[in-house]
Structures are given as C-alpha cells and as structure tokens.
Unconditional design. Structure first.
Length: 361
C-alpha cells in the first residue's frame, strides 16, 4: 500500500507537471527565419501556410519543393514530413506529450529549460538624407489613411516598390508615380559588411580546389564560406552535390548550427567566363554574398562577386569582400619609360592625360 505522504507528493508532482504542460501548450509557437522572429497566431496553420505567408518578404522561400522545416522545442528537434498537411500546433502538441519532452522538463534546472520556446524554422535544402515634408504634404502608409487627410498632396508607398503622389483638387483625386521627391534621401544599391573581410588563405584554398576540379574533370563545383561567431573566424564547407560540366546541384542535409553564419556561396565555372548564369539568378534568392570564378585554363582566372538582396543583386569589387590587394601599388617612375610610337587618336587623349599628367602631353 502506498504511503499517504508519498501518494500526496506524487499527486502534487503530477498536478505541477500538468499545470506546466498546460502553460506551455498555451504559449505560441515562434516562426524563426534569418533575423525574423514572429509569433504564429493561427493555430490551424500548416507549414505550407507559413511559407506562403512569408515568401513575399523572403523570395528564397517561393519554391515549396526546396524548403524543409524543423520544430525545435527545448531539447527536442522534429523534422516535418508533410508541410502541406502537417499543422504547426499539432506537431507542437505531439512534442509536448512525448516522454522525452516530459522527462527533459523534470530534469530542467534553469528557467529557460523549464519554460522552453517552440521555434519553427524553415531552411532551403537545395540550391540549383532629406527635407521635412511641406505643410501641404503628408506621407501616408495606406490609401485609407490618405482619404482621411486634408492635405492636397499625399505620398503613398505601393507594394510594387514605388512611391506614388496623390493630388486632390476640386476636380477629383489624381494618383501617379512620384519623381524627384526632395523630402526623401537619395538611396543607391549598396552593401556594407558587418563582418571582417575573408582572409586571403581562405580565398586561395578555394581557388586551388576549383582549379583542381577544373583541370581534372572540367566540372563546376560549389563551396560555402561560413563565419564562426564563437571562434570569430571563417571556415569552408563543401556541401554534398552533383556536379557536371555546366551545372552544380547541391542539397543541404540540415541547416548549419546557429553559431555559423552562411556568408558566401562560391562556385566555379571551370574554363568558362566568371559570369552569373540565369540559373544562378533564379537560385540565388537568399540574402547573402555570391561569387563565381572561371577561366581556370588561364594563368589568372576571373572572379565576379555580388551581394544578393532578396533576388536583387549589387555587384562588388572582389577586394571589398576578400583580403589582399588584387592590383598592387607600383613606383610612379615606371610610367616615365612609356612613350607612344605613333600618332595618338584624338579619342584616347583624355585617357593619356589622366595616365601621364597634363604636363607630359
């Protein structure tokens, strides 16, 4: 017969566990991707519903066939088999009711372990300054807000990425694309790195690998450059991939641990020019850096680097990304030994003036 004290203690433990699980069940799951974390409010949402919700902000999520999902809850990680039919909160409840999850709660010592966050993560598994507004103008975020204002000129942003100017007079309301908005700053495409440049030894290792594959097989190949946030250093990873003369098809088995930042996708074009292809443009939708190297049949191969911003690209000089001076300094007196043997065409005189200096022309 069970001791009454032990029975009361066991019952108290069971009630405490029940209350803890009920509190966890009431907590929302969190969608986590890139730097975004947002509560999942729809308790009937499938993982495919989430992908469709966020694909406009993250174009790399547009192809459902290339996206995998995991649910990380405390010390439990569960892969999602059927994103189209599996519901987020059903998977969450399944984990909460599992023996492993309950046992982990019983052993929990820290507040974080006792009150874990259920995080839903998506990852791509495959890779084939200005003036103040005038008193008669107003900036509105929606058409509904624009209807409420008494200002004759309204600036409205649109989902097509443009800013529209809406003018209202006795005749009616006119809306057209705005141009030269002096109240707004001039913005140009750019990339500003938050990380150190990639060391020359990393670059040279990759180029050596590319050349070896090109010389031996005449094939293309892909590497990932990651930044280790704990060790504060770059590392190279070669993902599993199928390669050929004209294509690379890679597949990541699982996302890299959170300590690693996936900084660059770098692939080779063997002896072909270092030019991004249409296939590259279609595949490179994630917000990171991309590089391609080619002409490995020459003494000095080619390299092209760009920053990808949700499927739009900013081309960069390689030396902005990689350490090392690609074009070394040289003594200015070297130019003194250069003369033109024949009459110089008028069209290149400006270039010569810049090269030699006005006093030597």
């Amino acid at each position: 017969m069970l001791d009454p004290f032990e029975a009361a203690l066991k019952n108290a433990e069971q009630q405490s566990e029940k209350r803890m699980l009920e509190a966890l069940a009431a907590k929302p799951a969190i969608f986590s991707y890139a730097k975004v974390k947002e509560e999942i409010e729809d308790r009937d949402a499938t993982f495919e519903d989430l992908r469709q919700k966020y694909e406009a902000d993250f174009p790399e999520l547009s192809d459902s066939k290339t996206i995998s999902w995991t649910v990380n809850y405390g010390k439990t990680t569960k892969s999602v088999s059927n994103p189209g039919s599996d519901k987020v909160y059903e998977i969450k409840a399944e984990i909460e009711n599992s023996k492993a999850f309950k046992d982990a709660l019983k052993k929990a010592k820290t507040d974080a372990d006792k009150n874990p966050e259920c995080t839903v993560k998506a990852f791509k598994k495959a890779q084939s300054k200005g003036e103040a507004l005038s008193g008669f103008k107003e900036f509105c975020l929606t058409k509904a807000d624009a209807l409420k204002t008494e200002k004759p000129i309204v600036l409205l942003p649109s989902k097509d990425g443009r800013v529209y100017e809406q003018r209202t007079n006795e005749i009616g309301r006119f809306t057209a694309p705005a141009e030269n908005i002096r109240e707004l700053e001039s913005i140009t495409p750019s990339f500003e790195s938050a990380l150190p440049k990639i060391p020359a030894h990393i670059f040279s290792k990759i180029m050596g690998f590319f050349k070896s594959i090109s010389d031996e097989l005449h094939y293309e190949v892909l590497v990932h450059i990651l930044y280790d946030t704990e060790e504060k250093e770059y590392i190279i990873k070669v993902p599993k991939q199928r390669i050929s003369h004209v294509a690379v098809n890679s597949e990541a088995e699982e996302p890299y641990p959170e300590r690693y930042i996936h900084v660059v996708d770098f692939h080779s074009h063997n002896t072909m020019p270092a030019v991004f292809s249409e296939t590259d443009n279609d595949d490179e939708k994630e917000t990171r850096l991309y590089a391609v190297a080619g002409r490995f049949d020459r003494t000095f191969p080619e390299i092209t680097v760009r920053a990808g911003c949700a499927g739009k690209f900013i081309y960069l000089p390689p030396e902005e990304v990689f350490e090392g001076n690609f074009f070394g300094d040289f003594p200015k007196e070297w130019k003194e030994n250069i003369r033109f043997a024949e009459e110089t065409p008028r069209r290149i005189i400006p270039h010569i003036r810049r090269f030699f200096g006005e006093e030597r022309i």
